[in-house]
Design a protein around this ligand. Structure first.
Ligand code: SDX
Length: 442
């Protein structure tokens, strides 16, 4: 530990000095620069030098790792993957190319992309036995509960790709997860409807294949609308990775103990499910339906500001973005495109969302707290128009984020300075006391 910090200090001729006024001691902590963004104060030697811990519940000011995958500038509303802006990737790239970029570090050549897509395509089927796992769930089980169970179960099926010390097996596990999530997700939906599972097809592209598995039935030909396939692919791109968010940090923490990669992704799915995180897209639709009409928006905005009222504007606010979430901007324009292509004009939910955004962005409470629409604010409107039930919204988020989770997991495993995640605490419980036998207790 100390040698790493000493190396960091030697590498960085900048440092901050911490003075402990209770002892008069001062300590120099190295200031480590990234390629862009805030520098970090390397506090690895802090406890050994001072006997003190840092205190940062929720990690609002803590860098938990070094990463080369995704950069966010929350003040400026910037999101980049391996240096490429999310706007450029959403406009010019596709999800398979973004998956390659996150996993390999560079945009693929045409040949590399074709080989990657072929690899993913040939991993889309799941073990035939896994379908029986679905029967253990009630038909009305939330599909995220099914995703946690089935993805966790993959850890029992692929022992040939779970030796995390083998880079080849790490990449096979990554390919398997990216490839199988659409199949598992579509099966969760089909199970809830009582319709038969639809097998993946090797002649379809990733997003098209997913929509086919979701909405085809065995009794007739089903052609995926190319506009919806493109919209689905773009939604996947926008959800692919997002720095050290709660679910990614969960995957990194689970993986830091050397756990099975499939089990680590199941842990990430669990964390994403929460309404403060990926579950917000489902909660936004519930909120818009609860508001019911544009003329009730002002009343709900007041409720969201009332500390005594648990009501919050779902899809608003973000730990990092103190500006408009760039993904929300792309989704807002996508919403119009998809609704128009579906012939849905004057969508009532979109009208409520636009009015909600207009009022909130003019309101001092939201302006002072820099609360803007986030990725979840518009996504649900598009997904509903595409025919997805709200219970599937967070499943789609998990499907897309799997590549980010597993790329972050790979980066953590391949980081030579990687250690098991084991934070400390500020203990405020009872100090040492004698045990009292039950017959002596008051
Ligand atoms: C995602 O981290 C990521 O990158 C996540 C994500 C990703 O791609 O992985 O971007 C995906 O999870 C997006 C966020 C989806 N969640 C929601 O939309 C749920 C609603 N938003 C909030 O619950 C909240 O904004 C969070 C959880 C997103 C962020 O919370 P923080 O950073 O802990 O901020 P906070 O709760 O301390 O809020 C700061 C202030 C508070 O008021 P004060 O105590 O200062 O008076 O802003 C208020 C909050 O009460 N506030 C809101 C609000 N969000 C924050 N008030 C009303 N409505 C809201 N939505």
């Amino acid at each position: 530990m100390a040698k790493e910090a000493a190396a960091a200090k030697a590498a960085s001729n900048e440092y901050v000095t911490l003075t402990d006024h209770s002892t008069g001691e001062s300590y120099d902590m190295p200031l480590m620069p990234g390629s862009v963004g805030p520098k970090v104060i390397d506090v690895r030697p802090l406890y050994s030098q001072t006997g003190h811990f840092t205190y940062d519940p929720g990690f609002t000011s803590t860098g938990a790792c070094e990463s080369k995958l995704t950069y966010i500038d929350g003040e400026a509303g910037i999101l980049m993957h391996r240096g490429y802006s999310i706007e450029d990737l959403a406009e010019h790239s596709d999800f398979m190319e973004v998956c390659y970029l996150l996993l390999e570090g560079e945009l693929p050549t045409a040949a590399e992309k074709a080989e990657f897509e072929d690899t993913i395509t040939h991993h889309t089927m799941i073990h035939e036995q896994l379908q029986y796992l679905y029967r253990g769930f009630r038909r009305d089980a939330h599909p995220m509960a099914i995703m946690v169970g089935v993805v966790g179960a993959l850890s029992a099926f692929y022992h040939d790709s779970t030796d995390i010390a083998d880079p080849v097996q790490r990449m096979i596990a990554s390919h398997r997860l990216v490839a199988k999530m659409p199949t598992i997700a579509a099966m969760a939906y089909k199970f809830s409807t009582g319709q038969p599972f639809i097998y993946p097809r090797n002649d379809l592209k990733y997003a098209e294949n997913f929509l086919y598995m979701m909405f085809a039935v065995p009794c007739e030909e089903y052609k995926v609308d190319p506009i919806l396939a493109r919209a689905m692919d773009r939604i996947f791109i926008l959800h692919a990775d997002h720095e050290q968010n709660a679910s990614t940090s969960t995957v990194r923490t689970a993986g830091s103990s050397g756990a099975n990669p499939f089990a680590c992704i199941a842990a990430g799915i669990s964390s994403l499910w929460g309404p403060a995180h990926g579950g917000a897209n489902e909660a936004v639709l519930a909120m818009l339906n609860e508001i019911g009409s544009p003329d009730r928006v002002a009343e709900c905005v007041e409720r969201a500001k009332d500390k005594d009222d648990p009501f919050r504007l779902m899809g608003f606010g973000h730990r990092v973005y103190k500006n408009y979430d760039p993904r929300a901007k792309v989704l807002q324009s996508s919403a119009y495109e998809v609704l128009n292509s579906l012939g849905v004009h004057d969508d009532p939910l979109l009208k409520i969302a636009m009015e909600l955004e207009r009022i909130a962005l003019e309101d001092d409470y939201f302006v002072e707290r820099k609360l803007f629409p986030n990725v979840d604010f518009y996504s649900g409107i598009i997904l509903k128009a595409m025919g997805f039930p709200t219970s599937m919204f967070t499943v789609l988020f998990a499907l897309a984020r799997t590549v980010g989770w597993i790329a972050q997991w790979k980066e953590m495993i391949e980081d030579p300075s990687q250690k098991i995640t084991r934070p400390r605490q500020l203990y405020t419980g009872p100090t040492s006391r004698e045990y009292v036998p039950v017959d002596k207790r008051g």
